[in-house]
Design a protein around this ligand. Structure first.
Ligand SMILES: [Ca+2]
Ligand SMILES: [Ca+2]
Ligand SMILES: [Ca+2]
Length: 208
């Protein structure tokens, strides 16, 4: 009896603990590890990754409605190509601000806290700007000496993050981001604990 009671309490405690622990996920865009779109190398309409149960879909934002592509360069990160097949051709295979500010749009499978972003191909004049859930753009932020760039904790809360090169001389590749899960509200935790308790009670009844 005491053993069972202890087991039930342990289950409830485990549910509480795992649900309230904000798990961090680190997305590395410089390798195919954790990639889930299965498209391999080359330019695509989207590229996706999954880490610790959180997945992200990365899509390109550029100056043409007809020719925006995203690519994962091994050892470098995500880059955007945009062109309209006519007059404007993107000669910079990075995320760049020439003619039109390009961006990598990151859409997560759940609401997260974005805690950091990291870049490669960073020069002294490279900056980035971002927006959350389609809101307004931030001011340009200098990257050099600030890479990876960490947001004030707990991070930026949202589901969709655009990381952009808006200035004409900004060009870089997005090499990774870290996020942490948004902890469940106390009501949900209580409900989870109640369910765990109920499960223990049922098992106990069945055993009797
Ligand atoms: Ca580009
Ligand atoms: Ca700049
Ligand atoms: Ca650069």
């Amino acid at each position: 009896m005491f053993k069972k009671l202890f087991a039930g309490a342990a289950v409830a405690a485990a549910v509480l603990f795992s649900a309230s622990l904000a798990s961090a996920a680190s997305f590395d865009f410089t390798s195919g590890t954790n990639r889930t779109d299965g498209q391999g190398a080359g330019w695509h309409g989207n590229i996706s990754y999954s880490v610790d149960g959180i997945s992200v879909n990365a899509t390109p934002v550029g100056y043409s409605s007809g020719g925006q592509w995203i690519r994962q360069y091994d050892d470098h990160g995500l880059a955007v190509y945009s062109g309209d097949y006519c007059c404007n051709v993107d000669s910079n295979h990075e995320v760049d601000g020439w003619i039109y500010g390009e961006a990598v749009k990151l859409t997560f499978s759940e609401e997260v806290y974005l805690t950091s972003v990291s870049f490669t191909h960073v020069d002294r004049d490279d900056q980035f700007a971002y927006r959350v859930n389609g809101g307004s753009w931030t001011e340009n932020i200098s990257i050099a000496g600030n890479n990876p760039y960490g947001f004030s904790l707990p991070g930026l809360k949202g589901t969709v993050f655009d990381i952009a090169a808006l200035d004409w001389n900004d060009d870089w590749k997005l090499s990774g981001v870290t996020v942490s899960a948004v902890p469940l509200p106390p009501a949900v935790l209580m409900f989870g604990a109640a369910l765990a308790g109920l499960g223990w009670f049922r098992r106990r009844k069945a055993a009797a």
